[in-house]
Design a protein around this ligand. Structure first.
Ligand code: XIL
Length: 437
C-alpha cells in the first residue's frame, strides 16, 4: 500500500482510464480529438492527475501550528521528516533508538492519508557524537546496524528511503566526498543499500544529492556512473533524488530535463526531493514552472517535494524560497506550480492532438497564456476563458472570439502560440481542447 502512487500497475490503470476517456471524446465528436485533463485545485490533486505525488518536508515541532498543518494537509500527499529521521535524531546513543519524533511525523502522515519519504539512513552530516568519533570496521558495522534497525522499525510505512545522502564532492573532481564513512571503504554505499533492501524489501531505495541537477557537472556524472554501475552489478537501487536547492549561485539549469531523462534511462525513478528556489515574484514563479515542466516531461520523474511549507519554515528563510509566504498565502510560485501541473501534456491519440496550457507573464490586470500543440500540424484549439475574462491580444495563430469560447487555428507560425487575457477580477487559467482538422 505504501507504493500505490508509483506502482507500475497503478500507473498503467491511470493511463487506461484516460485513454478510455479520450476514446469517448473521439467517438462523440466524430473526429480525432483530445481534451486537456481536468484541473486539480491543489498541488496534490493536480500531481495525482499526472500520476505523480507532490510532497513537503515536515517538522514535528510545527504539527501544533494549525496554519501550517492546514496547508500541509490540503496541498501535499507525500511527507519527508525535515530532521527527525536523521541519524542523530534516531540513534542519539549507540544502539539506543529514540523513535518519538520520527513516529509523530509518520503517524500524522498516515492518519491524513499521506505517504512518507524516509530521510536519511546514511550520511556524513548530522551524525550523533558517538558516530562522529568512530572509524574503520566498528563504524561500518554501526552504520549497517543503524540502517537495519531504522529500516526495520519503519518497514512497510516508507514509500522511498534516501539510503545514502550527499556522498560526492562538489567541484570538478567527480570524486567521493571524504568522510568517516567513506574511509571505511569505497563499498560503504552499496553495503548500505543491500542492508536497506534486506530490512524493507518494499521501500524504493534512493541515492540523494545536491548539485546534481546540471547534466554537465562532474558531480552529476559521478552519481550517474554510480547508478549505472549499481544497475550493471545488481546492487539494489530504485531511484535517484535530486535535492534541487536553487538560488542565484546555483540556478535551475537549462539542461535539467536532460539530467532527469538520463537518470531515468538507467532504469531508476527520479524524485525531486528537496526543492526550494530563492527569489520572489514572477522570476521565482518562472523557475518553479521550469522545474515542474522538466519533471512532467519524463514519465519516470514520479514526484516533487518542496523543502518546507511557508517561507518562514525554510532552512533558507531569508531567501523566501517556498510556495507560501510567512502568513500562509499562496505566492506567484504556487500558482505557476499548480498551473504547470494542470497544463502538462498527455500522450496524444494517434492522429489526434494535445494542447498544453501554461501561464507565462503575469501583470496585475492581465496575463499571457502560452499554448503548445503537439501531435498534429492541422489543428483547431478551443479555448474556454474563465468568467469575466476577455481577450486583449494573440500571436502566432488566428484567434476568433473575445470572451467565453475562443477558437484558434494555425496561421503558418507553427504549433506554439499565445494570447493575452484581461483578468477582470478572475485570475484562473483558461482551459483548452485540441482537435485535428
Ligand atoms: C536541513 C534542514 O532543513 C535544517 O533544519 C537542518 O538544520 C539542516 O539540514 N540537504 C539535506 C537536508 O539532505 O537534510 C538538509 O536539511 C538540507 C540540505
Amino acid at each position: 500500500m505504501t507504493r500505490t502512487l508509483t506502482s507500475p500497475r497503478h500507473r498503467r490503470s491511470l493511463r487506461a482510464i484516460s485513454l478510455a476517456t479520450l476514446t469517448a471524446v473521439v467517438l462523440a465528436g466524430g473526429m480525432a480529438a483530445t481534451t486537456a485533463q481536468a484541473a486539480g485545485s491543489t498541488l496534490q490533486a493536480a500531481a495525482t492527475e499526472k500520476g505523480r505525488y507532490f510532497g513537503t518536508a515536515i517538522a514535528a515541532n510545527k504539527l501544533s501550528d494549525s496554519t501550517y498543518t492546514t496547508i500541509a494537509n490540503r496541498e501535499f500527499n507525500m511527507v519527508t521528516a525535515e530532521n527527525e529521521m536523521k541519524i542523530d535524531a534516531l540513534e542519539p546513543n549507540q544502539n539506543q533508538f529514540n523513535w518519538t519524533n520520527g513516529d509523530r511525523i509518520v503517524s500524522w502522515a498516515r492518519s491524513n492519508g499521506k505517504q512518507v519519504r524516509g530521510h536519511t539512513l546514511a550520511w556524513h552530516s548530522q551524525q550523533p557524537g558517538w558516530m562522529q568519533n568512530m572509524s574503520g570496521t566498528a563504524l561500518r558495522n554501526a552504520m549497517l546496524n543503524h540502517v537495519t534497525q531504522v529500516a526495520t522499525h519503519y518497514r512497510g510505512q516508507i514509500h522511498s528511503w534516501d539510503v545514502v545522502n550527499e556522498a560526492f564532492q562538489d567541484g570538478s573532481s567527480g570524486a567521493r566526498r571524504d568522510s568517516n564513512l567513506q574511509r571505511t571503504g569505497n563499498d560503504w554505499i552499496e553495503a548500505a543499500f543491500r542492508a536497506a533492501r534486506a530490512a524493507d524489501p518494499n521501500a524504493k531505495l534512493c541515492y540523494n544529492d545536491y548539485n546534481t541537477d546540471d547534466w554537465t557537472h562532474a558531480k552529476t556524472q559521478a552519481v550517474y556512473n554510480l547508478v549505472r554501475d549499481f544497475k550493471a552489478r545488481g546492487v539494489p537501487i530504485d531511484c535517484v533524488g535530486l535535492q534541487s536547492h536553487f538560488n542565484a549561485q546555483s540556478p535551475v539549469p537549462s539542461n535539467y530535463q536532460t539530467t532527469i531523462s538520463s537518470f531515468a534511462a538507467l532504469g531508476v525513478d527520479v524524485q525531486i526531493t528537496e526543492l526550494d528556489i530563492e527569489g520572489s515574484g514572477s522570476a521565482q514563479a518562472d523557475n518553479y514552472r521550469k522545474v515542474v515542466q522538466a519533471c512532467l516531461a519524463v514519465s519516470r520523474c514520479t514526484g516533487i517535494s518542496v523543502w518546507g511549507v511557508r517561507d518562514t519554515d525554510s532552512w533558507r528563510a531569508s531567501g523566501t524560497p517556498l510556495l507560501f509566504d510567512g502568513n500562509g498565502n499562496k505566492k506567484p510560485a504556487y500558482t505557476a506550480t499548480l498551473d504547470t501541473l494542470n497544463g502538462g501534456t498527455s500522450n496524444p491519440q494517434p492522429g489526434g492532438c494535445t494542447v498544453a496550457v501554461t501561464r507565462s507573464t503575469d501583470w496585475s490586470d492581465r496575463f499571457n497564456v502560452s499554448l503548445a500543440v503537439s501531435g498534429s500540424s492541422t489543428w483547431r484549439v478551443s479555448i474556454q476563458l474563465q468568467g469575466g475574462q476577455t481577450l486583449q491580444n494573440s500571436w502566432n495563430a488566428t484567434v476568433s472570439g473575445s470572451s467565453g469560447t475562443l477558437t484558434a487555428t494555425p496561421n503558418g507560425a507553427g504549433n506554439n502560440f499565445g494570447i493575452t487575457v484581461y483578468k477582470n477580477g478572475n485570475t484562473n487559467l483558461p482551459t483548452a481542447t485540441c482537435s485535428t482538422t
